[in-house]
Design a protein around this ligand. Structure first.
Ligand code: NAI
Length: 246
């Protein structure tokens, strides 16, 4: 049971939430392939996680490129033996109010957050169909559910990830594949370190549990969804947001 022996790909795993997900899965006995655009940092992260005794490999992949996504899955099949779980975690922000938003800011966010999720999921599901089982976990965001001023591009991309999750869950449920999304609220990472102190305090005040989340809060839910215990859960969006959105 649990995730012991499961072969897992985590995208955008060099740092932040992706790294925390990889570390917790490794601690619980999974074998991992980490990918990111940041080669050096991914290799360093994989070394550090692997030092605890787990199989933790690294590879360079830009999720916006379909060929990279296909190669990533092939790499996992060759080096780990199969892909039991894909965690689509790679994501970026390019914030601006709508009237100042550049086309490029819109396109970049869509390319990584939404198309990247499509590219990697399509590649992984091909492999999972052969195995007749598998699990995809997409990291969405609270902003995809409630919106956020200054993040029209990001909110739209994450709402897209949620629709994508439900459609793919319906398509492959009868083939033994589950697809779910985790929607974190505001989590303490490089992404939220960019929020000015005053704004951060105001934000914390609005959160019923009165704190930002930690990457570990998110990782615990991902670990559960990746486990055999979550076998009857598909097409769901699990919020990890301290009650900010109910
Ligand atoms: P982060 O910026 O610390 O880490 C994201 C990682 O993705 C980086 O290592 C980056 O190099 C990698 N990446 C970026 N573009 C890539 C590409 N094209 N191909 C492969 N890797 C790429 O961000 P954080 O905070 O750890 O976020 C992880 C996920 O959680 C993202 O999808 C984000 O949207 C989501 N999220 C984060 C929240 C937060 O408060 N930090 C809240 C809700 C969702």
């Amino acid at each position: 049971m649990g995730v012991k022996g499961k072969r897992v790909i985590v995208t955008g795993a060099a740092q932040g939430i992706g790294r925390a997900i990889a570390a917790l899965l490794a601690e619980q006995g999974a074998a991992l392939l980490l990918c990111d655009v940041n080669r050096e940092k991914t290799e360093e992260t994989a070394r550090e996680i692997g030092a605890g005794g787990a199989i933790c490999l690294a590879c360079m992949a830009d999720v916006t490129r379909p060929a990279d996504a296909d190669a990533l899955v092939q790499d996992a099949v060759q080096r780990l033996g199969a892909v039991d779980v894909l965690v689509n975690n790679a994501g970026i922000t390019r914030d601006n109010v709508l009237l100042r938003m550049k086309e490029d800011q819109w396109d970049q966010v869509m390319a990584v957050n939404l198309k990247g999720t499509f590219n990697c999921t399509r590649a992984a599901i091909r492999a999972m169909l052969r195995q007749k089982r598998g699990t995809v976990i997409n990291i969405a965001s609270i902003t995809g559910l409630m919106g956020n001023a200054g993040q029209a591009n990001y909110s739209a991309s994450k709402a897209g990830v949620i629709g994508f999750t439900k459609a793919v869950a319906r398509e492959y449920a009868d083939r033994g594949i589950t697809v779910n999304a985790v929607a974190p609220g505001f989590i303490q990472t490089a992404m939220t370190d960019a929020i000015p102190e005053k704004e951060r305090e105001a934000l914390i005040n609005q959160i019923p549990l009165k704190r930002l989340g930690t990457p570990l809060d998110v990782a615990r839910v991902v670990c559960f969804l990746a486990s055999d215990e979550a076998a009857y859960i598909t097409g769901q969006v699990i919020g990890v947001n301290g009650g900010l959105y109910m």
